[in-house]
Ligand binder design. Structure first.
Ligand SMILES: [Zn+2]
Length: 316
């Protein structure tokens, strides 16, 4: 089974990825497709480059044995509304979609064979690939992860104020246009999550929505819900999370830097506090995200829901 974690960035996908990867049945590889799209500069969580990591060397060998070149997965991850619309409209026989599905499936086989586990989880989190999987890989399942948008905004605001400029959609956001970026971010939270809801409506047995705050508060219950929806026994990892046992990070690529810790513990109350949102941004959030927040059960007044202090609910 190809498990795919989809949602807005900074919503806790890395944490869920590491949790699931500690199941005896699932191999976690981080943001697989986005990592492979920049394979030449990726450092695996084991500390080696992909060219030197024994795990990824074997994956590459397995993939090439299937007739798929190592650079072919590089261009199959697409982002943006136009790409999403193309996947939605494409017929089941569309050659471009069929090629992407064939490469994804070969990659999954190469990884699970190397890991000696039956399933893998990819937290690349873009809706476009989630939809491709739902339409063209019947064995794929999608976990739609949601987090209070006020946390997502605070996290980005902290980066902006710390002059940790970053690129998104090939633009660099810093300085004067950072306010515009934060407005766009709030709007994109709603659009990404509404897209996830449409996918769940179209493929009700293959999509599960998880609120990150519920995962932190009751990890065993939420993991059990994922397991029963997809026919997976996640009791081993549920127990580890509930007891805050050490979680191992596999050969992960892409995404959050926490993956470079060799071992982490699930810590619902941990993490770093971010300053509150300015009033103008609270108002923007209420207008752009309020209706969807209300539908997901978030309180519209006050600060972001539990866990209020959590930057990443993992401690090293
Ligand atoms: Zn490695």
């Amino acid at each position: 089974m190809y498990l795919y974690i989809m949602g807005r960035g900074h919503s806790g996908s890395t944490i869920l990825d590491i949790l699931l990867g500690n199941s005896s049945q699932i191999e976690s590889v981080g943001e697989l497709l986005s990592g492979l799209s920049s394979a030449h500069r990726q450092v695996c969580s084991c500390g080696e480059s992909l060219a030197n990591c024994p795990f990824w060397r074997e994956v590459r060998s397995n993939l090439e044995a299937e007739g798929v070149a190592w650079n072919e997965p590089r261009d199959i991850l697409k982002t943006g509304a136009a790409a999403l619309w193309r996947v939605w409209r494409a017929s089941p026989a569309d050659p471009t979609m069929a090629r992407r599905a064939r490469i994804t499936r070969a990659l999954a086989r190469a990884i699970t064979a190397c890991a000696s586990k039956p399933h893998l989880v990819d937290s690349s989190h873009t809706p476009t690939h989630g939809l491709l999987l739902l339409r063209h890989l019947p064995e794929a399942r999608v976990i739609h992860i949601v987090r209070d948008p006020r946390y997502v905004l605070r996290s980005h605001l902290w980066r902006i104020r710390g002059h940790l400029h970053f690129s998104m959609l090939r633009y660099r956001f810093i300085g004067r246009n950072s306010s515009l970026f934060l407005v766009w971010l709030a709007a994109s939270w709603t659009l990404v999550n509404l897209t996830g809801d449409l996918m769940a409506r179209a493929f009700p047995t293959r999509v599960v929505r998880v609120r990150f705050e519920d995962l932190c508060a009751q990890p065993a219950r939420e993991l059990g819900r994922i397991g029963s929806a997809f026919g997976l026994d996640l009791s081993d990892v549920s127990s580890k999370a509930a007891n805050r046992e050490a979680l191992l990070v596999g050969h992960n690529i892409g995404g959050n830097q926490v993956r470079h810790a060799k071992e982490v513990r699930f810590d619902p109350g941990g993490g770093q506090a971010h300053p509150p949102l300015p009033l103008w941004l609270e108002a923007v959030n209420l207008v752009l995200c309020g209706p969807v927040m209300w539908r997901y059960g978030y309180r519209l007044g006050g600060s972001a829901g539990r866990p209020a202090r959590s930057k990443a609910a993992l401690s090293r």
